[in-house]
Design a protein around this ligand. Structure first.
Ligand code: GLA
Length: 684
């Protein structure tokens, strides 16, 4: 097996698992379970649930996410008796509980009595109860009722042996345009800008006669006749993320005061636009995520890998928890094919390979009623004697073989920069092309590294880049002076940088940086441009080696200023440039190359950085990632493949030995460790 290079080996040695996740996995190994909603079932079913959970190796369940109306059936009343029995049952069965604060879905009585707690959309229409998530993040009444409930919940279950983790709310993402939100937005703006003149400057309100003469005039960006001020929109998005974070913090602080030793999490949603997860992740003890790959999407495995790497980045390299996935079909896409047999295991083990210490599902038992009655579950409507439940049980059992993986890091020498405010700013209306998007760019640049078995850490623009040999910036349309200086310094110090198109264009107020672009990166890139030229149809390009490739959507009129032109547009002018700056190298890509050409670019940048994949000659469709001393190989393709192995290895999942080569059938996974001469496992 390829030995770890020095940087990766150092990462393994110096890595300390976070205390939060460690408290859960100690003595349990990897966590396995799901959302458990016993309030939907008569109590006699609970005993069967527990029996089946134990048979499936379930060791963690999330309880109570949507139980506000059950716990507080009328304002001020409490009914915890049923929840006492659920937690007692779980503790008797040795199953840990991730107890939710049930504040994502307030009961109808709250909206009925206090409609001002309900959210208002950008047209000024109130959204009603009868679904879920119907609250205004800035509503003092909602906050007060939620915190009172959370306080009682925490007081009641502090010290309960089943309580292992707090799950605050659910999938935060509410946006509200009510008057209370506008008031909170104004307070947030006063904090940020201090006075109206500074705000007027920041928002460029001399444009279209938007100057504010009184704070009271400032509203949330409601629907308007034409395009909204982009600087106002950007601040609004910042505010919305912060307003939700303020609510999360308030609940968290109530919990922490009563149960200081119980870790706290809230479930993220991967690349979810409304919430800046970089600003949230440090506020919780454990990063957790909900991820639902689309079984009809051939690129779903790479998208999942990217999302998992983002979670590891948010967790600062520590283990994270896959809080929700589905065993088979979801019910919220328009057409919902099931997952083929074996997919559940493949997807779950992919998350393990990429740093997850827990694999949980929505949900344990399929609901009979409600909006999600056709969503798959660990225990389907047809019962335990089913193909799906058999897979669930087998998967739960085999996860025990991977117990030693818990807490292990995923070393990476490549970082990819992703930023929420940039995402928001880039995708405002009124740009040269709405076909250049932040997450599409991220994915295009991520894909060739995934295909090459090169691990990538997702990082924010402010990250300390010194530990990385290669840093990729798919897009930073919005960039601060400090972050631009840090990228330049990184290259001068010996790093290799790749920058995608339309980067370095605006500052944090979304004001264009004048002069040739990308103004703050011009020196380090040794190149600059003067025109953005979105393209219709394919764009022909040629590497200077003579090979042609196609690009699409976007071109720029740029000139080399010290950089070497590596590829040109057929119509003339540099398309890809490479510049030696200080001890390092910076690449600039002035278009959107097709996937093979981005692969070629990745190969060249990796060579500059001296980074290689965990295995040479990786067959197409096979994902390879090293976690600690385990090399995971996952066959996402439709063909049986042979993977050459440089050393003999043992598969932790099957116990079988592989020497020189491993055969992987479709959807098969191997978790390989080096065998010692005695046949025992050794650490690389
Ligand atoms: C989300 C929610 C769950 C459930 C699932 C269905 O992740 O958190 O409550 O609605 O989606 O896929």
């Amino acid at each position: 097996m390829a030995s770890l290079d020095n940087a990766a080996a150092r990462a393994v040695e110096t890595f300390q698992p976070g205390p939060g996740m460690h408290t859960l996995t100690a003595g349990r190994g990897l966590l396995f379970g799901g959302d458990y909603n016993p309030e939907q079932w008569p109590e006699h079913v609970w005993a069967e649930d527990v029996e089946l959970m134990r048979a499936a190796g379930v060791n963690l369940v999330t309880v109570g996410v949507f139980s506000w109306a059950r716990i507080e059936p009328e304002q001020g009343k409490r009914d915890f008796a049923w929840l006492d029995r659920v937690l007692d049952l779980m503790s008797e069965a040795g199953i840990a509980v991730d107890l939710a604060t049930p504040t994502a879905s307030p009961p109808p009585w709250l909206g009925h009595r206090r409609p001002q707690t309900l959210p208002v959309d950008e047209s000024g229409h109130r959204l009603w109860y009868g679904s879920r998530n119907q609250f205004c993040p800035s509503s003092p009444v909602y906050r007060e009722r939620a915190l009172a409930l959370v306080a009682d919940l925490a007081t009641r279950y502090a010290g309960h042996p089943a309580l292992a983790l707090w799950h605050v709310g659910n999938e935060y993402g509410q946006i509200c345009h009510c008057d209370e939100s506008a008031k909170a937005f104004r307070t947030w703006l006063k904090d940020r800008y201090g006075d109206l003149d500074t705000l007027n400057d920041a928002w460029g309100t001399t444009f279209w006669s938007q100057r504010y003469s009184d704070w009271a005039e400032i509203i949330t960006p409601r629907r308007a006749p034409s395009m909204i001020n982009p600087s106002q929109q950007l601040d609004w998005r910042r505010f919305c993320s912060d307003a939700l974070l303020a609510h999360f913090r308030a609940e968290r602080d109530v919990l922490r005061a009563r149960t200081p030793d119980t870790p706290i999490t809230t479930n993220f949603m991967g690349l979810f636009k409304p919430v800046d997860y970089w600003s949230w992740a440090d506020e919780e003890d454990i990063v957790s995520n909900d991820h639902y790959p689309d079984p009809s999407d051939p690129l779903a495995p790479a998208r999942a890998a990217l999302t998992h790497d983002l979670m590891r980045g948010l967790a600062k390299g520590r283990p994270w928890l896959l809080m929700e996935q589905s065993t088979s079909a979801v019910n919220w896409r328009p057409h919902n094919p099931p997952k083929p047999p074996g997919r559940l295991r493949l997807e779950s083990l992919q998350a393990v390979a990429r740093g997850a210490d827990g694999l949980c599902y929505f949900q344990w038992r399929a609901s009979r009623f409600g909006a999600e009655r056709f969503h798959s579950a660990m225990l389907p409507h047809a019962g335990p004697d089913t193909r799906l439940h058999a897979e669930v049980r087998a998967h739960g059992r085999e996860l025990r073989e991977l117990a030693s993986v818990a807490g292990q890091p995923v070393p990476a020498r490549v970082a990819m920069v992703f930023d929420w405010p940039n995402w928001w700013a880039l995708e405002e209306r009124g740009r040269p092309s709405d076909r250049l998007n932040a997450t599409d760019q991220l994915f295009c640049y991520y894909l060739p590294f995934w295909e090459r078995g090169v691990s990538v850490d997702l990082v924010p623009p402010s990250a300390d880049l010194r530990g990385y040999s290669l840093v990729v910036v798919p897009n930073l349309f919005l960039i601060s002076d400090e972050d631009a200086a840090a990228l330049s310094g990184y290259v001068r110090g010996g790093g290799v940088l790749v920058v995608g198109p339309f980067s370095g264009i605006v500052d944090q107020r979304a004001h264009v940086r004048t002069g040739r672009f990308p103004a703050p990166l011009r020196d380090v890139l040794g190149a600059s441009g003067e025109e953005h030229r979105p393209a219709d149809g394919p764009v022909r390009c040629r590497w200077t080696t003579g090979t042609e490739f196609a690009a699409h959507t976007w071109t720029e009129l740029v000139a080399a200023e010290g950089a070497e032109t590596m590829a040109e547009f057929a119509e003339g002018g540099p398309a890809v440039l490479r510049h030696r700056s200080g001890q390092g190298v910076a690449w600039y890509v002035a278009t959107m190359p097709e996937p093979d050409a981005l692969g070629e670019l990745a190969t060249r940048a990796l060579a500059d950085a001296g980074v290689h994949g965990v295995l040479p000659d990786l067959p197409r469709g096979v994902e390879a990632v090293r976690r600690g001393d385990v090399l995971f190989l996952l066959n996402h393709g439709t063909d049986t493949v042979r993977v050459p192995l440089p050393h003999a290895a043992t598969d932790l999942l099957t116990g079988s030995a592989a020497d020189g080569e491993l055969t992987l059938s479709p959807q098969e996974v191997a978790a390989l460790v080096n065998p010692s001469p005695t046949g025992n496992r050794v650490r690389s």
